[in-house]
Ligand binder design. Structure first.
Ligand SMILES: *[C@@H]1O[C@H](CO)[C@@H](O)[C@H](O)[C@H]1NC(C)=O
Ligand SMILES: *[C@@H]1O[C@H](CO)[C@@H](O)[C@H](O)[C@H]1NC(C)=O
Length: 511
């Protein structure tokens, strides 16, 4: 009985994240420790009150043993990097601290070899668990960039990644540990690399890397991370290189919106224009990166903190791209696409409108953490303020859904620290506070789909308002309805095998 109750509790805890309050997932490129001057960012610079999840990057994969290994034992171990990360929970006990393996530099081939062999997968998972438990962390983040692409051409990667993620879930979930992954985002790469429904079912969050769409490698100057696609690229292979097109691509392929984390870059990309008099987006460029910044030291790339310093030094003209809803700037022939408080606020509003579960940041060490443009952490603060503002106005249905599931979690499981983390960061909002004080009366049915009287609908074509709805025909099925171009569109989702959708609680439960 006790065990069964625990299972139910854990199942609800994990599934509640389908429809939970918006999390803020902060990646940290820990090598920022070695930067100098204003670029040096150490663990005490991590704003633990502005993130709900902190991810330490990057560990490596040892191809001979299939184990997770330190790539920089001086920083990770000798200087106490991972311990310092774990200790971030001292200032915010609700912060979830995860360790990431992989990243761009790790390539894809070694992951492919590991994932293709059941024994190697088990070894990998056991070593990940060992790191997590040794340091008292909350979970693990997989950054295999990318299955069946780059230096891995194994078309079985997609299926084998699904097995790896499922096996991770089976080990981590019963222990209350999180498993997340960073993924590539464009529809064509998703089709090659990911079984979306499986990832959506077993991962706690799918971190969408919604940036690096364009850069100095292109022959025209386009934006690093546009919210909307540009009409100039319609009909080309780049037509869906935008946050909007890619997020919809994931949802259309079966991702639960609440499992998706909308990635926001705290950096910009530079390219050298062919002519300093043609500066509009889409102008010809020389396929050369602009000069490296003083801290990130990478041609074609500038951290937001480096952008602030450059703008403060003068000589830049800034502009706003109305179509793509992002800023850009230029100085002579150097063209910069970047994100600022305005574009990030729009992306957060966008995430809220679709009921996405999280905002993800790559990466916090290039935030304006010193406040060189006025206030410290302006971008993270913008994210929190934008999330908070809708919660207090409680005008959007997706927020109601989130608040409701927080309530359900609180009544069901006293150990939902993930939920607690989400709630505490939004504590400024009175509405959130109110929802947590009324945990004894979960009233999801009244807020899920507030303009509808029924919480059950026939099928995905029967949506008449935004929110989550159960299926009147099949208790295992539910729908996420949203307004797209003036019409309600539904996405069909199913509970994990053996669970049914409870439309009062807004989560999947044991029947
Ligand atoms: C994983 O990929 C390999 C090919 O590399 C394939 O032989 C294998 O069947 C796949 N699935 C499993 C369960 O390992
Ligand atoms: C610096 O702050 C000003 C005033 O808030 C703002 O307009 C500008 O966009 C900021 N700079 C950057 C690089 O975001």
């Amino acid at each position: 009985m006790g065990k069964r109750l625990l299972c139910v509790t854990l199942a609800i805890m994990s599934l509640v994240q389908y429809v939970s309050a918006t999390s803020v997932i902060c990646y940290h490129g820990t090598w920022s420790y070695y930067r100098t001057g204003n670029g040096k960012f150490v663990f005490s610079n991590v704003p633990t009150d502005l993130c709900t999840h902190y991810i330490y990057t990057f560990m490596g994969l040892d191809s001979s043993t299939s184990e997770v290994v330190s790539l920089d034992s001086w920083l990770d171990i000798d200087l106490g990097g991972i311990t310092a990360a774990a200790n971030l929970k001292v200032t915010n006990p609700d912060l979830k601290v995860l360790l990431a393996v992989g990243g761009w530099n790790a390539g894809s081939a070694e992951f492919s070899v590991m994932a293709a062999d059941a024994t190697k997968r088990a070894t990998f998972i056991a070593s990940a668990l060992s790191w997590v438990q040794t340091y008292g962390l909350d979970g693990f983040d997989l950054d295999w960039e990318y299955p069946a692409r780059r230096d891995s051409t194994n078309s079985a990667d997609k299926e084998n990644l699904s097995l790896l993620v499922q096996e991770f879930y089976e080990v981590f979930n019963p222990l209350g540990l999180l498993i997340t992954a960073a993924v590539s985002v464009t529809p064509s790469s998703v089709d090659i690399s990911y079984d979306v429904p499986v990832l959506s079912q077993y991962l706690d969050f799918i971190n969408l890397m919604l940036y690096d769409f364009h850069g100095s490698w292109d022959t025209e100057a386009y934006h690093n991370a546009p919210l909307y696609s540009t009409s100039k690229l319609i009909g080309t292979e780049y037509a869906d290189y935008s946050v909007n097109a890619c997020v919809h691509g994931w949802i259309e392929r079966g991702a639960s919106p609440a499992k998706l984390a909308l990635g926001v870059p705290f950096y910009g990309r530079t390219t050298v224009l062919s002519s300093s008099s043609n500066t509009a987006p889409g102008s010809a460029s020389t396929s050369t990166g602009g000069a490296a910044g003083p801290y990130t030291a990478t041609s074609g790339f500038l951290g937001y903190n480096e952008i602030v310093e450059k703008f403060n030094a003068g000589g830049w003209t800034t502009a706003w791209d109305d179509e793509q809803q992002v800023p850009y700037a230029y100085s002579g022939t150097t063209w910069l696409s970047y994100d600022d408080e305005d574009s990030i606020a729009l992306k957060v509003e966008y995430a809220k409108s679709l009921g996405l579960g999280a905002i993800m940041i790559w990466s916090i060490e290039t935030e304006d953490f010193l406040g060189l443009n006025g206030t410290q952490y302006p971008l993270l603060t913008t994210i929190q303020n934008t999330l908070g503002s809708s919660i207090s106005s409680s005008s959007t249905t997706s927020t109601s859904t989130s608040t409701t599931s927080t309530t359900a979690a609180s009544t069901t499981a006293s150990t939902t620290s993930t939920t607690a983390a989400m709630t505490s960061t939004a504590a400024a909002s009175s509405a959130t506070t109110a929802s947590t004080t009324t945990t004894s009366t979960p009233t999801a049915s009244s807020s899920v789909g507030s303009s509808s009287t029924s919480t059950l609908i026939a099928d995905a074509n029967s949506c008449t308002s935004t929110g989550y709805f159960g299926s009147s025909a099949n208790s295992n099925i539910y729908f996420y309805c949203q307004l797209v171009n003036g019409a309600y569109v539904g996405v069909t989702m199913s509970c994990v095998t053996s669970l049914v959708y409870d439309s009062d609680l807004g989560v999947c439960v044991y029947p």
